[in-house]
Design a protein around this ligand. Structure first.
Ligand SMILES: NC(=O)c1ccc[n+]([C@@H]2O[C@H](COP(=O)([O-])OP(=O)(O)OC[C@H]3O[C@@H](n4cnc5c(N)ncnc54)[C@H](O)[C@@H]3O)[C@@H](O)[C@H]2O)c1
Length: 375
């Protein structure tokens, strides 16, 4: 179904604009708006969002920053060769990929970059403002889909926080689809609070953690005692390579483990591992092994195997988030949008980690966007 939409023109400024997720967002949006594919996986195209006055997919305009210079159509061809995008799609949406490619500006900091943090923030913010002005946009949403960084230590601003600061300086709502620090840096707290802008994050919930947030509440509601919950992920692609760094993987795994602690009320034994297997590309296998006790101590095991295409799972959520956050901005909402916790491993603000409760909060939020109530 097609939601009742607004005609506003909304910019989507992707940090990591030449990555797998970003390329799938641009190609996928073009494919759906051209009627080449149904909007499978797009939560905002379901009946709960009818009349929420979300921006139309047709009104989204793409640009962004990246530190690589591989043209977007070439990235899309590589994704099609890996089976992530359907064969023939890069050619069918070549004009849209080229248009987005023309709006990608050099990211940073690059090796040997001598610019100060403030200079980098100023350049990034100017790029975003220039995009919004030239393209006649009503607003632009900045979305971080760049490589996962190691958790920030000390006071230095990591790249993700420089971009988050630039989003605020350019007057744009901000979404952090990664576990990187972004707006969570203490140096940005007062700026974020006084900006009057809405923001959402962190780390898109697309596979193993999605399953955990659905199954964790089931064990708790059935009074079954989970003794251990262990998980292993195998994936390749750029994300697999980034997460081969134990510090980057630690940032990702913290979110996965938090969901279990919140939904079960205890921290079960067990760890999560992420292994880089380059030949798998964007195709992830996630195993979970859950040891639990039933009545009279009967010992049981649940095992799940999730075989997903990472970017195909992530891209529709990025489009959903852009539409929801843009509409929230239009309605004058500001601060952390806890109601969007449904989409994240480590949501901002206060809210449940259980998927069912998160969905109820999201659909209530859809109602608020419809009515125009701000609280
Ligand atoms: N299912 C999913 O795919 C999923 C789920 C949750 C989170 N994520 C997160 O989304 C992000 C993107 O995933 P991907 O598979 O597209 O990764 P990718 O490696 O294909 O793309 C990342 C892009 O970021 C760019 N980049 C790196 N540093 C940059 C910088 N300083 N400035 C600008 N650009 C920079 C890289 O050049 C690359 O083009 C990752 O952080 C990943 O953890 C993905």
């Amino acid at each position: 179904m097609s939601a009742s939409v607004s005609a506003s023109r909304v910019g989507v400024w992707l940090i990591g604009a030449r990555g797998s997720v970003a390329t799938t967002v641009v190609a996928g949006c073009a494919a759906v708006t051209a009627g080449l594919h149904p909007p499978t996986g797009l939560v905002t195209e379901t009946p709960a969002f009818a009349d929420s006055r979300l921006p139309a997919l047709e009104g989204l305009v793409f640009g962004g920053h990246d530190t690589l210079d591989c043209p977007l159509p070439k990235r899309a061809e590589a994704l099609a060769a890996g089976g992530v995008l359907p064969h023939g799609l890069p050619a069918a949406v070549g004009a849209e990929l080229t248009a987005a490619d023309h709006e990608i500006r050099p990211g940073g900091p690059l090796p040997g970059d001598t610019r100060t943090d403030d200079e980098l923030i100023a350049v990034f913010a100017a790029d975003i403002r220039d995009f919004a002005r030239r393209r006649g946009l009503d607003r632009a949403v900045v979305v971080n889909v760049a490589s996962t960084e190691p958790a920030a230590t000390g006071t230095a601003l990591p790249a993700s926080s420089l971009y988050a600061a630039a989003a605020l300086r350019a007057g744009c709502p901000y979404v952090n689809f990664t576990p990187s620090t972004g707006l969570h840096h203490p140096a940005l707290a007062s700026l974020a609070a006084s900006s009057g802008l809405p923001h959402a994050g962190r780390d898109g919930k697309t596979g193993q953690t999605l399953l955990r947030s659905a199954l964790g509440p089931m064990f708790a509601q059935r009074a079954l005692a989970v003794r251990a919950w262990s998980g292993t992920n195998l994936l390749g692609g750029g994300d697999g390579a980034s997460l081969a760094d134990p510090a980057a993987a630690a940032a990702k795994n913290a979110g996965k483990e938090r969901v279990l602690a919140d939904t079960l009320g205890t921290v079960p034994e067990g760890e999560v591992h992420i292994d880089d297997v380059p030949v798998l590309g964007d195709w992830k296998t996630a195993w979970d092994h859950v040891a639990f006790d039933g009545f009279l101590g009967a010992r049981m095991i649940l095992q799940t195997t999730w075989q997903g295409c990472d970017s195909a799972l992530a891209a529709p959520l990025v489009l959903d988030l852009v539409r929801l956050v843009a509409r929230a901005h239009e309605r004058g909402l500001s601060g952390p949008l806890a109601e969007l916790g449904f989409f994240f491993k480590d949501p901002v603000g206060e809210g449940s980690s259980a998927l069912g409760e998160q969905y109820a909060a999201l659909t209530a939020f859809a109602g608020r966007l419809r009515d125009g109530r701000t609280r």
